[in-house]
Design a protein. Structure first.
Length: 380
């Protein structure tokens, strides 16, 4: 799988007139090689994948991670570097680009110290972008990736069910986060054991739980805190950062109430649900990404609310991939894409959001995440 991806990428480089690519985004390094160093640049240690258009790939990675790289990376050669020794990660780069006329980088993902070095090393007119080639490759998922998406949906659904069950009057938010993490981890572990022969892949969910309750519900990306929830309050749960099964990501969120649902909040919530439905009614192969956003935005604005943020985005081995369901993105929706699609409305005192992930099929879409949305069903 990884050898095929690298070959496909090299073909794209050759067609674009690019001699070598320097890949630094950790998700793209994994996508092309099967190697993921977990910490990546967090501790100041870059990993760089060098991909010539017509030769074997070179992985430059910290020596501290060499054993993991040897086991996982499907590359021709690994060049380990050590802290403070010689030129560290810089040592291999001059030779790697010495005879190249055009070098591709990832402008939006290249680490600042690496970008500074590359800018000193190369003339500006030699630098191109590898991002369009990688975006096109990753847009349509393979059958193996679609299986990962389906299993990620099961993990996400298990987390949402557990979170809902933990919400209640007198319960602290962090208790809900503990329940979702445990449920997601157990579901992921069961799926890994049943379907994958890869003991090195962790089932553990990670990422701080996005959650808000009461007056804090208007904070879109609030994290679970020590706040104690009360009857009559709204609660928001989002798994857009936590749904990460076998490194495949999805989007998934719901709004709830404890015991009672105030009529003014219900009215806002129903518009949010209707806006997602409008987006899904428009979502199918052959339409543009911005068309889906327009259908969603029209419902929200016609109800008298402010123009909304993007309706959704593609997901996969990254939280954000191409295309995005937003004004200006004219990408044609195609079978094999995986998209997170939201419905959302915000007012000064309340915010409602419902979101799910979908596989685009030949005739429409297939849901990956599952949880009720009717008002009656989201009152706990």
């Amino acid at each position: 799988m990884f050898a095929e991806r690298l070959s496909h990428f090299q073909t794209g480089l050759a067609q674009a007139g690019i001699d070598v690519a320097l890949i630094t985004d950790d998700d793209n390094v994994y996508y092309l090689t099967g190697y993921y160093d977990y910490l990546h640049i967090d501790f100041g240690r870059p990993t760089i994948l060098v991909v010539p258009k017509d030769d074997q790939a070179l992985l430059i990675t910290p020596e501290i991670d060499l054993n993991a790289a040897k086991q996982a990376a499907r590359v021709g050669r690994i060049a380990p570097w050590n802290d403070g020794m010689g030129d560290e990660w810089r040592a291999e780069l001059p030779g790697a680009v010495a005879n190249a006329g055009k070098i591709a980088i990832e402008p939006g993902h290249m680490l600042p110290p690496v970008r500074a070095y590359v800018d000193d090393l190369l003339d500006a007119d030699k630098i191109a972008s590898a991002t369009p080639i990688l975006n096109d490759m990753r847009m349509i998922k393979s059958p193996d990736e679609l299986q990962l998406a389906q299993h990620a949906g099961q993990v996400a659904t298990a987390m949402m069910d557990a979170g809902r069950a933990a919400i209640g009057d007198g319960v602290a938010e962090f208790e809900v986060a503990l329940a979702t993490a445990q449920a997601g981890t157990r579901k992921a572990a069961a799926l890994l054991a049943a379907h994958y022969d890869h003991g090195d892949m962790s089932p553990m969910t990670h990422f701080l739980q996005i959650m808000a309750s009461g007056d804090e519900v208007v904070k879109t990306h609030h994290r679970a805190s020590t706040r104690v929830m009360k009857r009559g309050e709204p609660v928001f749960l989002c798994f857009c950062g936590m749904t990460n099964f076998h490194r495949f990501k999805l989007g998934f969120d719901r709004s709830f109430w404890i015991g009672d649902a105030p009529a003014d909040q219900v009215a806002v919530y129903q518009v949010a649900v209707a806006s997602q439905k409008a987006a899904l009614d428009a979502l199918r192969p052959g339409v543009t990404a911005e068309t889906v956003h327009a259908a969603y935005a029209e419902v929200i604005q016609n109800a008298g609310y402010a123009y909304p943020f993007r309706c959704g985005r593609a997901t996969g081995f990254s939280f954000l991939e191409a295309p995005q369901l937003v004004t200006g993105d004219t990408t044609i929706i195609q079978p094999g894409m995986v998209l997170a699609v939201d419905g959302s409305v915000s007012v000064p005192t309340y915010r409602a959001q419902v979101g799910d992930s979908f596989i685009i099929t030949d005739t429409g879409w297939e849901p990956l995440t599952h949880h009720p949305k009717s008002v009656e069903e989201v009152i706990i």
